[in-house]
Design a protein around this ligand. Sequence first.
Ligand code: F6P
Length: 538
Amino acid sequence: MTGNLSDENRLKGLARQLSGVRVVDLFDDEADRASNCRCEAAGLVLDYSKHLLNKEARKALLQRAESAGLSDSFEKLTGGAHVNVTEDRPALHTLLRGTRAGELPSLWAEVEKVNASLTTLVTDIHGGKRCGFAGTPFTHVVNLGIGGSDFGPRMVCRALRSPEDRMTAHFVANVDPQDLDETLSQLNPATTFFIVCSKSFTTEETLTNALRARNWLLSSGATKEDLGQHMVAVTTNIAAAGSFGIREADCFPIWDWVGGRYSLWSAVGLSVALQGGWSTFAKLLAGARSMDEHTHQSRGKNNLPLMLSLLEYWNTLYLHSDSHVVLPYSQRLEHLPDFLQQLSMESNGKRVDLSGAPISEPTAPVLWGSAGTIGQHSYYQLLHQGNRRFTADIILPLSNAGVDRDAHRKLAANALAQSRALLTGRDAAAAQALAQERGQPDAFGPHYEMPGNHGHSLIYFNAVTPNALGALIAAYEHKTFFLSRLLGINAFDQWGVELGKVIGRKILKILETGEGFDAVDDATAVILRAWRDANPEP
Ligand code: F6P
């Protein structure tokens, strides 16, 4: 375990004491549990009363946070310390939204300079000053990017989509040509604007799609000169974008001190501004900044991201939960679980600590999920009657302007019903009574039993607005960082993604040339030959 021994032994002891305890009974033991187990920040409310935590355990976790020096770590993170120790870099995604800008003037000046050129681009495109090769304004923007250069803007554009939008945003990430083809088949080349979004500008999927998109424009009447109008790059690697053919004036820099999965707040968010206007993007940044300020100022149980991280730490290391399911009861937030998968699992899916020493305990739980109520008719069976340990975040925007009230009410009813069912379950007696009620033999009872007692949080806020969304994402970013500190790992590198890419390039050569099969195992060679047979050279 990663903290000091007394903290850990205390927490282990409390976990033993609480095993077999029903959370529902903790409400009887603690009269004001509902108000004790909630905190508020930047318009969000976190209710964690349905986790298997009593007062002692909460106190011990907060002590653990103290001894781990989490608030100092947060100061270091937002102050520009080289917290990304294996790459010897800061992780200053908070600066992108202006947090502690006054203390980092030279870096902030760079951010402001890029934001100014982004604002000009957005104004020029919305105003028709910058338009397509046929002289008509751009109506559609296609973001070509993957991972952190896709999940964030895709999730935010989907969440904030509205009839008032200035442009329609599309996202293409996969190297499977189907992805780009299906998107382009709906679009008119003359009115389509492309963002080649790649921090490294070396990512195969993105460069392949960018090349194919460029050929699509050229084969649709655009000249080489016109391409400059239709395509910009967002990257740290201006030189590579230049070699690809994108003018420096059309390159919007991001910095190596921003992790890909934390880069939404940079030019990576350009599609958000093109869709909804710069003011929408500015509100998203403001929401995140308010969560940064809350996280700076708030102590202990009043610090929302800190509580989120302690809940995950407790459930994963002491209650042995091995997965975390994120259930946004909002179609607008349907891409949130995908975004959080990269944020959480690419950050904390680690097996060695900061010194490189192996870690025997579990680190990041498997994160999964989908928009409520869809999952209820799929994997909720496992949640309610499976025998896996999991925790959940049920996320509920209370209002959604302009939608059908009755249907919206049903959505909320389902979210809270699932929370109740996860808490109470259905015990043996109730299951038996149901079997009798349905005229089934007593032996049928266990089929109706549901253990319940599944620890989960409710996160609710008024509506999916740019501010609320910015605050929500920032809360999860800070949760992820705090958890990495509790686990003693580096949240900002991702060395584990490299081997697949290296092998991928070798295998691509074998597929291209039909040589070198002995470089792989026989089983792989068989499939490679099968692929080549299925795709003979034209
Ligand atoms: O392969 C993983 C990864 O490096 C992510 O960390 C990153 O967000 C994604 O690929 C895309 O990288 P880039 O923005 O450099 O194209």
